[in-house]
Design a binder for this molecule. Structure first.
Ligand code: ATP
Length: 144
């Protein structure tokens, strides 16, 4: 495994959340390897991101071939398919990725992700909703 990648971040799933995450990390000068199983998504983001590859992330062998085990961090940004997200986390655990971040769409989904070995579970929709609610209320106070 190439240790040079240990500061790099793997982003899996280039939906609305994953593509923004990968773009922000790239602008922060992080080495990003983006993975999506859809050839259309790979094509769509190949100009904006440094490395975008087409692969089914639930396949441990495919991830191994991409050299994922040398990365220090991975983010599973798949949302809609609980099965794909859980199997992807499992594959990353098997490959020994030290820091695995995973996106959950429900509390039950979060429990499964944690139990298979995700180190950090995030809820982008819930977190954004909370943040915007606070923003709106604090702005409202300006007008009372
Ligand atoms: P968002 O809200 O971020 O748009 P979503 O929940 O609407 O996400 P998902 O179906 O979760 O969309 O898919 C997010 C991305 O993950 C898609 O681009 C999809 O192609 C990709 N994806 C889904 N399953 C896999 C997989 N097994 N391997 C790699 N990529 C996958």
């Amino acid at each position: 495994a190439r240790r040079a990648d240990s500061g790099g971040i793997v982003v899996i799933g280039l939906g609305r959340f994953g593509c923004h995450l990968a773009g922000s990390l790239t602008r922060m000068n992080r080495e990003v390897l983006a993975i999506d199983r859809s050839p259309a998504k790979v094509q769509r983001w190949s100009a904006q991101l440094d490395r975008v590859v087409q692969a089914d992330a639930t396949e441990e062998g495919a991830l191994r071939q991409l050299g994922i085990s040398s990365f220090g961090r991975a983010v599973v940004a798949i949302g809609a398919s609980v099965e794909a997200s859980v199997l992807t986390v499992l594959a990353l655990v098997e490959l020994g990725v030290p820091q695995i971040w995973a996106r959950a769409t429900s509390q039950k989904h979060a429990k499964i992700l944690a139990s298979v070995g995700a180190h950090h579970v995030i809820f982008p929709e819930a977190e954004t909703g909370d943040r915007v609610a606070h923003l709106i209320v604090s702005r409202l106070l300006d007008f009372i």
